[in-house]
Ligand binder design. Structure first.
Ligand code: IPD
Length: 290
């Protein structure tokens, strides 16, 4: 039963919906917000409660699988070849404390370091994205039916007409922050001066939701340097199953450490994905080796 990937996905959908109701009952005004490293890096007791709930559900049902969660993660833990659930109980914690409804629960199952099952759920909007490797990616329509992704797969026309989702991470210094700044200012300046390179930049505050939007084809690409495995594990599977590509230092699988990674996601397209990646790096002027 442990290898029944479709069954696992169905179970994960049940779990995220239950976890979603915990999030919905929390009142942002009465939240205890704890700062981790700086004002941008925060956690609430709801993050911890939701992770505890998900961890209990998953480890009881799949006792042989490993579990990595944002709130219980200890530096030095690595992703191994073992089936591993990688969980962000609340992706978009800053949105959550501001009652900005781009918040999700993200559960990925990684097998042999490959994103294999992914479920992302935004309880505030009842938005759900899911995928199982080899079985396609889907999103929930307002009428309750699951719709196959992508919704848009027209050829990519390069950076110039592109709408790009960018996340900042919570670093406010160091190489990840500097690279994010460089990507943002390079693209933003050109967007502001007549769209020489990009049409628009979007920063929604949840990497998982942003990548799911790329999977759907609703944004052309996503960029972040410094995403953690729990921000991307589920959405990566959804993106890949929809026909999008994730480009980073180690395409397709993770190697330790699981942090400080750069991610460029490109939407499904009948052509132009690789050219898009080449153009992106030539404009940013950085190498891709780390
Ligand atoms: C964060 C969000 C944010 C991204 C950060 C993540 P969290 O997740 O996805 O958009 O920029 O890198 O850590 O802390 O809200 O779970």
């Amino acid at each position: 039963a442990d290898n029944d990937l479709l069954g696992i996905c169905t179970y994960l959908v049940e779990v995220v919906k239950e976890a979603g109701s915990i999030i919905l009952t929390a009142q942002p005004t009465s939240l205890t917000v704890t700062t981790k490293r700086n004002t941008a890096d925060i956690v609430t007791e709801t993050d911890q409660a939701v992770e505890g709930f998900i961890c209990e559900r998953l480890t009881k049902r799949y006792p042989t699988f490993a579990f990595i969660g944002e709130e219980s993660y200890k530096a030095g833990v690595a992703i191994t070849d073992r089936p591993t659930f990688i969980v962000d109980p609340i992706d978009g914690t800053s949105n959550f404390v501001h009652a900005f409804p781009a918040v999700c629960i993200s559960i990925g199952l990684v097998i042999g370091k490959q994103p294999t099952v992914g479920v992302v759920y935004n309880p505030f909007r009842e938005e759900l994205w899911s995928a199982v490797k080899g079985h396609g990616a889907f999103t929930l329509r307002p009428n309750g039916e699951m719709q196959k992704l992508p919704l848009v797969s027209a050829p990519l026309q390069g950076l110039r007409p592109a709408c790009i989702g960018i996340e900042w991470g919570s670093d406010r210094e160091g190489p990840n922050f500097e690279l994010n700044l460089k990507v943002f200012t390079t693209l933003a300046r050109t967007a502001a001066t007549g769209g020489r390179f990009v049409n628009s930049l979007r920063c929604i505050g949840s990497a998982a939701i942003a990548i799911c939007r790329v999977a759907a084809g609703q944004q052309d690409a996503f960029w972040e340097c410094g995403s953690w495995a729990w921000d991307v594990a589920a959405a990566w599977c959804i993106l890949a199953e929809a026909g999008g590509i994730m480009v980073d230092g180690h395409p397709g699988e993770w190697h330790p450490p699981i942090d400080n990674r750069r991610y460029l996601a490109v939407r499904p397209a009948t052509r132009g994905q690789r050219e898009f990646v080449e153009e992106f790096w030539s404009v940013i002027g950085d190498d891709r080796s780390t």
